[in-house]
Design a protein around this ligand. Structure first.
Ligand SMILES: [Ca+2]
Length: 446
């Protein structure tokens, strides 16, 4: 009784899968496999797949450097940048209500007043006030939306956003920010709107997010991912197919949006004026209320989910792949070289699954694509290879002599038989033992 029920459920599942496959024109890549009916019965159809984009700040580790740069140890009172007589901003690391630890850059925002991390003030002016804020995921992730840093104080006059692709070993700049790009970094000021498809990977310096005087209303510093996507996908990202096509064929472009770590290097705080007020340095500091990083786990198009377990993100690999990024074939599934899935052809892409090492007791023994009969064998109904006389094995991969008494080098083997014709025997007898030894070595040399 249970058997028909299982069949019915399977049929139902297959039809649900088929109904769910109403992809938009560019594909969602949210399904890794589905069961389909073919002439040979129910089989799996594999597709390229990737996890949903999510709020990546829930999974990061934050480090602030130098370690003692966070305010409150010892307690300090700060003055407002725009009003040196308004000094009611107190920071005390020992008092929960007055402490500003790094975690407050990633807590739920939306309450009033905002919560924020704050540095100690620029007491050592004119020595630069340098702070690095490093966000580490211990996992490769792909950015899907703008990185947005919201400042509680004035936005810095100089900062650099950097990325790492090797877990913090090496760093590359993503974008430079300054009130005066030429002065700070000897770079011409640009905006993301100046970029084209050809210059998308250029690293620019922008003055758009650093102007001091209007800071009260303009608190964010952005790294514009979506504007960069739009160079291929159109202004409202309506042509994602074009973007995915480019990502598929251009490794540099894919790597550009891929990170393991981010680093915000704060180089000079807001001063609000051309001159720094040396008599009241407690007006100058950094304070950040929120950092947004939206992205997805990089799973090489072999997983549609990514789980956070024991403080690490891991792809839940399909397609017989394994590893944190599904970057290799599972044991016993190394029948061909691993490769990433592909977004193409749109909408379902290509799964590039890993295949078994050797062919076990499966119904499908051979085909014309991956499991080809070797050494001239012919595949019969996908069930067996019809081998030529000299070969045997499931895929005709073994010389027949190997399975015969004495092996390929023995007197009964086909190769030995070649040198045992009456003529050669006569010649060998005549030419003596030296040549005999050479002749018997020859098959091994071939
Ligand atoms: Ca906050």
């Amino acid at each position: 009784m249970r058997f028909p029920l299982v069949l019915t459920l399977q049929a139902l599942w297959a039809s649900v899968c088929q109904t769910m496959q109403h992809y938009p024109a560019w594909g969602h890549y949210d399904v890794c496999k589905s069961q389909v009916y073919t002439d040979e019965g129910l089989t799996w159809d594999y597709m390229a797949c990737q996890p949903e984009a999510m709020d990546m700040t829930k999974y990061l580790k934050v480090t602030v450097d130098p370690p003692n740069i966070t305010c409150g140890d010892p307690p300090e009172t700060y003055c407002a940048l725009e009003n040196p007589y308004m000094c009611n901003n107190e920071c005390d690391a020992e008092n929960e209500d007055l402490a500003h630890p790094p975690e407050l850059m990633f807590d739920f925002e939306g309450r009033n007043p905002t919560t924020f991390w704050q540095s100690s003030s620029w007491k050592k002016y004119p020595k630069a006030l340098l702070v690095n804020i490093t966000l580490s995921w211990s996992k490769t992730i792909e950015l899907t939306d703008d990185i947005v840093v919201t400042f509680e104080s004035g936005r810095p006059e100089q900062m650099v956003l950097e990325k790492s692709l090797d877990y913090g070993k090496t760093w590359q700049p993503y974008q430079f920010y300054a009130t005066d790009c030429l002065d700070a970094f000897t770079m011409d000021a640009k905006t993301v709107q100046d970029l084209t498809q050809h210059t998308l990977l250029d690293i620019i310096c922008t003055e758009e997010y650093s102007r001091g005087y209007v800071w009260k209303y303009d608190k964010t510093v952005r790294f514009e991912i979506k504007d960069r996507f739009a160079l291929f996908a159109g202004p409202r990202l309506h042509n994602m197919a074009s973007l995915y096509g480019q990502l598929d064929t251009t490794k540099n472009l894919r790597d550009f949006f891929t990170i393991t770590d981010l680093r915000v290097r704060l180089l000079r705080p807001a001063t609000g004026a051309t001159m720094v007020d040396e008599n009241n340095l407690s007006r100058y500091f950094y304070a950040i209320s929120d950092i947004k990083v939206q992205g997805r786990c990089k799973c090489n198009l072999h997983a549609n989910s990514c789980v956070f377990d024991k403080e690490t993100l891991n792809c839940e690999c399909e397609h017989n792949t394994t590893g944190p990024d599904c970057g290799r074939c599972k044991r016993n599934y190394q029948g061909r070289t691993w490769s990433a899935g592909s977004y193409l052809p749109i909408p379902k892409g290509t799964a590039n699954t890993c295949i078994p090492n050797s062919i076990g007791p499966v119904t499908r023994v051979c085909d014309n694509e991956l499991l080809r009969c070797q050494n001239g064998g012919v595949c019969l109904n996908n069930l067996r290879c019809q081998c030529t006389a000299a070969f045997t094995g499931l895929l005709c991969e073994k010389p027949r002599c190997e399975s015969e008494l004495g092996g390929c080098g023995g007197p009964d083997s086909g190769q030995a038989a070649l040198s045992s014709t009456p003529l050669s025997t006569l010649l060998l007898l005549l030419l003596g033992s030296t040549l005999l030894r050479e002749a018997s070595y020859r098959p091994a040399l071939l």
